[in-house]
Design a protein around this ligand. Structure first.
Ligand SMILES: [Zn+2]
Length: 289
C-alpha cells in the first residue's frame, strides 16, 4: 500500500467511526514529507494535517486563496518546487475543499468588495477571473492545479501529484486525481523499447531549454526564506491539542513533540482562532445521522 492509499483508507475508516484508524508514518518514510497546497480558508486550520493522519513534521503546508495554481511556472509553483528541492518533499497533494468562497464569489461581488475597501475597478486588472484564477468548480480547480504541477518542468517526473477534495464539515477526503495512476499511465504509454531498454538510438526526446526560461527578477533565497517563514507561521497557529482525528502511529522511542511556547503567539490569537471554528469541526468524523 502506498502513502495516499493508506491515507484515504484510514480517513474513510475514521469517517465511518473507527476511532483506531490511523497511518503508520514509519511505513511510509520514503513518501514523506508530503507537500500540500490548500486554500486559506480558516476552517481548514483544525483539519490539517490531522485528516491525512501524517505527523506535522512530515507535512509541508502551502496555502493560497482557492488553492490555485495559475501556471507551471507561477509563484506558487516555485514554492512547490522548492518544497521538494529544499525541504525534501516526496509527494505533492493539491487539496481543495467544499464550500470554497473563492469558487462562490462572482466577479460582480468581488468588484463590490474591492470597492468597499476603497479599490476602484479601474485599479484592478482587466480580466479579474484570469488574474485571480477564479473558478466555478472546486473539483475542476483541483484537477487544473494538478495538471499544472504535473506538466511543470520544475517538478521531478517521478513525484506523484495527487488531487483531493476535503469535505469542510466532516473532514472526509475524496481522491479526485490519483498521482500514482498518472505516473503509471505516463510510463505505459511510452514505446516498449524505451520502457525496457532506455533511450532508443536515434530517438531523442525534446530537450527542455532551461536557459530560455525567463525567471522573474529577485533573489531566490528570499523566496526560500519567505516560504520557510510562511510554513513556520502556519505551523505556529495550529493547535495540536485539539482536533486530532487520525492517530499517527509513532515509535515509542521517539522524543515527545517539541512544545511550542505560548510566547511565540500573540496572546489573543488562540482564543480568537478557536472562537471562529464552528463547534461541529471539533468532531469532524462524527457519523452522520
Ligand atoms: Zn477555499
Amino acid at each position: 500500500m502506498r502513502l495516499l492509499e493508506a491515507i484515504i483508507a484510514a480517513n474513510h475508516r475514521a469517517a465511518a467511526g473507527d476511532a483506531t484508524a490511523g497511518v503508520n508514518s514509519d511505513d511510509f518514510a520514503d513518501a514523506l514529507p508530503v507537500v500540500a497546497l490548500t486554500c486559506i480558508d480558516p476552517r481548514l486550520n483544525p483539519l490539517l494535517p490531522e485528516v491525512l493522519g501524517v505527523p506535522e513534521e512530515s507535512f509541508i503546508w502551502l496555502r493560497n486563496a482557492g488553492n490555485i495554481i495559475t501556471g507551471p511556472m507561477s509563484s506558487t509553483m516555485r514554492s512547490l518546487a522548492l518544497a521538494c528541492a529544499v525541504k525534501g518533499g516526496k509527494e505533492i497533494v493539491i487539496i481543495g475543499h467544499t464550500d470554497c468562497l473563492v469558487c462562490k464569489t462572482t466577479m460582480v461581488q468581488l468588484t463590490d468588495r474591492f470597492r468597499a475597501l476603497g479599490i476602484e475597478r479601474t485599479n484592478l486588472p482587466a480580466n479579474l477571473n484570469e488574474y485571480f484564477g477564479l473558478f466555478a468548480s472546486e473539483r475542476q480547480n483541483v484537477m487544473k492545479a494538478v495538471e499544472h504541477v504535473r506538466t511543470s518542468p520544475l517538478i521531478g517526473r517521478h513525484v506523484p501529484v495527487h488531487g483531493l477534495l476535503v469535505e469542510i464539515t466532516t473532514g472526509r477526503l475524496e481522491w479526485i486525481v490519483n498521482g500514482y495512476q498518472a505516473l503509471e499511465n505516463a510510463t505505459s504509454t511510452l514505446p516498449l523499447p524505451m520502457q525496457n531498454a532506455g533511450p532508443v538510438p536515434g530517438m531523442k526526446l525534446p530537450e527542455f531549454q532551461f536557459r530560455e526560461l525567463k525567471f522573474p527578477e529577485g533573489k531566490i533565497g528570499g523566496d526560500v526564506l519567505e516560504t520557510l517563514r510562511s510554513i513556520s507561521q502556519v505551523v505556529a497557529v495550529t493547535d495540536e491539542s485539539q482536533h486530532l482525528q487520525l492517530r499517527t502511529t509513532e515509535p515509542e522511542t521517539k522524543p515527545p513533540p517539541a512544545k511550542r511556547g505560548n510566547e511565540q503567539r500573540p496572546p489573543s490569537l488562540p482564543q480568537h482562532q478557536k472562537a471562529q471554528v464552528p463547534p461541529k469541526l471539533h468532531q469532524p468524523f462524527t457519523k452522520p445521522k
